[in-house]
Design a protein around this ligand. Structure first.
Ligand SMILES: C[S@@+](CC[C@H](N)C(=O)[O-])C[C@H]1O[C@@H](n2cnc3c(N)ncnc32)[C@H](O)[C@@H]1O
Length: 619
């Protein structure tokens, strides 16, 4: 029986395996022969010391750390979840670096869109400092989960002198891990302002590839100037957007607005419906397309200097016959082309400046959030729901169960936007929110209203927004998923065995039960699901045989019994489940010390193998 690894996906091993698959000759007794790899890559290797490069103090360490698997786990929290049994949405509380590592296996290449709104590093927001030695302990400590004494979060003030460095070290590993989650036709949008905009662009060019840059959108987030500002009163943020692979990403365009449609009219009562005219002349000049056109009023018209007509004389004659050229009400104007509304695409290509009149502004977002929370200003700078809804309209598909991830979720504006858009177009997009339980300031309205950390606001936002959307939309709403499963980052459920050699008898007894005190079978079950790389929203059914609980995950794909005294009737039930549900493959997991006697264990393995269950693991 093989043991399940306690760690999350090992990215270095994956990378090495990929390289060896491509170039088997670089395999040197299990390691990589770098010199051989250099020869294979020939002139493509840049060996110049003065190469084009963007670097800072700690970059290599941050990259290395991004590859170190997480030792943590995600513990289910049904009490705080909504519609646990049916929902496909996830709300994960924790430091996003550890959570991104834990999600690698389950969601590798599965996410259609990531939207993040990280701290802008203004000096007033806090930048999370990772502790590479023991980041889980660091996290539990920082979020008051160890002794409740509460370490104050540090803000990254400019005075620290390492202002950009800390921010870059925080962002870089997270962006790398995020990229792994994206599908081949996936896309990431990142909100930012001028404090770190230039740095963000540089690291994204490196991580996602310059060739995958899509756009830097400007969001007009404020509508009036702040007159106290010395030079300019900035009224915009950016959203930079990268594709995983630009060739695979399709933009849906924006829906034509009523205002755009109203520009189409029908002054000549054309039976093909409303139309709008456009210029018939184009540049540069192509000689054969420069000729005189005779208007119905008898006037001869030439294209302007430096221009020619868009069509050849023959093609234009056909178009005139088909009443597709407009000479004005009196038949005396310079000719123009009639473009019929029924013949243009029903979407508009987005431009890069997004006005508040179309996607809302900050004040508006804050006000709407306040209204949702009984007129309490629980969060200062939420993004606008319309803004995030628009990026999903552009790049997600309502029917494909696209997963949208936000790992700096704040007060869950992204979740609100996903539910809102699904309600509007009967879509089935799914969401994964990740947010640190950052304590709220004791003087804040949020704290006074009972929200001790931002996750509490974020979860309540989804509950309230979901209900509001259901109340406001009566049609096609039955299928709308407004639920979410809550998981919380924690240390592994499996004990580390660091025996005290002076008390070996106690240590040995301790390891006999290898689960950490206070952890439930469900906690362990989800650790198995995460480490196996299964979707956290897969259905889990349970049954009891001789009072021993059997978990059946994803209709027989994984069956687990974590009891301490497994008997043969448990094994027989597992085989029955497999035979009834007929999954492509069944994997079985037991507790390490689940068999009291060796002969039962040998018998069990034999029986399972005989019934075609080959993967039998222990935890
Ligand atoms: C600018 S806010 C996001 C606001 C969000 N777009 C909204 O509309 O509600 C950034 C959030 O990231 C969270 N955050 C910062 N570091 C984090 C980390 N390491 N893991 C998870 N969340 C983090 C902060 O607590 C903060 O709430």
């Amino acid at each position: 029986m093989q043991k399940i690894s306690k760690k999350s996906m090992d990215l270095v091993t994956e990378n090495v395996a990929k390289l060896k698959e491509l170039f088997p000759e670089i395999n040197c007794e299990g390691k990589i022969d770098l010199e051989k790899l250099k020869i294979i890559l020939g002139d493509e290797i840049e060996e110049n010391d003065e190469k084009y490069n963007f670097t800072w103090n700690g970059k290599k360490k941050a990259l290395r750390y991004a590859q170190v698997p997480s030792k943590g786990t995600l513990r289910p929290c049904k009490e705080e979840s909504v519609d646990w049994d049916n929902t496909k949405n996830l709300y994960i509380e924790g430091d996003n670096l550890e959570v991104l590592k834990l999600l690698q296996k389950s969601y590798f290449g599965k996410v259609k869109m990531i939207y993040i709104d990280p701290p802008y590093n203004t000096g007033n927001d806090f930048v999370y400092n990772d502790d590479y030695k023991d980041n889980i302990k660091n996290y539990l400590d920082k979020t008051n989960q160890i002794d409740g004494n509460g370490k104050k979060y540090g803000t990254n003030s400019e005075a620290s002198g390492r202002y950009h460095t800390d921010w870059l070290n925080m962002m870089y590993p997270r962006l790398r891990l995020a990229k792994n989650l994206l599908r081949d036709d996936g896309v990431i949008f990142i909100s930012i302002d001028d404090n770190e905009g230039a740095n963000l662009k540089k690291i994204c060019d490196e991580v996602y590839g310059e060739e995958n840059f899509i756009a830097q959108v400007i969001w007009e987030r404020a509508y009036s100037p702040v007159n106290l500002k010395k030079h300019f009163s900035e009224n915009h943020d950016y959203m930079i957007c990268y594709a995983k692979h630009i060739d695979n990403l399709i933009c849906n365009g924006l829906k034509r607005s009523n205002e755009a449609n109203s520009r189409y009219q029908n002054p000549d009562d054309d039976s093909r419906g409303t139309w709008m005219s456009s210029d018939l002349s184009v540049g540069p000049v192509i000689e054969e397309k420069v000729y005189e056109i005779l208007t119905p009023s008898g006037r001869k018209v030439l294209p302007p200097n430096g221009y020619c007509w868009r069509y050849t004389k023959e093609k234009l004659d056909v178009m005139i016959k088909d009443n597709r050229i407009w000479f004005g009400e009196t038949g005396n104007n310079v000719p123009r082309i009639k473009r019929f509304l029924s013949e243009v695409k029903d979407s508009v290509t987005p431009m890069t400046i997004w006005k508040y009149s179309e996607v809302g502004h900050s004040q508006d977002a804050k006000q709407k959030l306040k209204e949702l929370f009984d007129n309490k200003a629980v969060f200062d700078y939420p993004k606008s729901v319309l803004l995030i809804k628009r990026i999903m309209e552009l790049y997600t598909d309502k029917d494909k169960k696209d997963i949208v991830v936000d790992f700096f979720a704040g007060v869950s504006t992204t979740a609100h936007a996903v539910m809102q858009l699904n309600a509007e177009d009967s879509g089935n997009r799914k969401l994964i929110m990740v947010q640190l339980p950052e304590p709220t300031d004791e003087k804040s309205e949020a704290f006074k209203s009972g929200y001790k950390n931002i996750c509490e606001i974020g979860k309540e936002r989804i509950r309230r927004a979901g209900k509001k959307i259901k109340d406001e939309n009566q049609e096609n709403i039955d299928k709308l998923d407004i639920g979410f499963k809550v998981f919380k980052l924690d240390s592994s459920n499996i004990k580390e065995w660091n025996p005290d050699y002076n008390k070996l008898d106690i240590a040995l007894a301790d390891i006999l039960d290898n689960f950490v005190d206070g952890r439930t079978e469900e906690d362990v079950l989800y650790e198995i699901i995460v480490k196996y790389g299964l979707d956290l929203t897969l259905p889990v059914e349970t049954c009891f045989i001789s009072e021993k609980k059997i978990f059946n995950i994803d209709r027989g794909a994984l069956i687990a019994c974590l009891d301490k005294q497994i008997t043969i009737d448990v094994i027989e039930e597992i085989i029955k489940i497999k035979d009834k549900l007929k999954p492509e493959e069944t994997r079985v997991v037991f507790k390490d010390i689940g068999f009291k006697k060796d002969d039962i264990k040998i018998n069990a393995i034999h029986l399972l193998k005989k019934n075609n269950i080959k993967e039998i693991m222990s935890i």
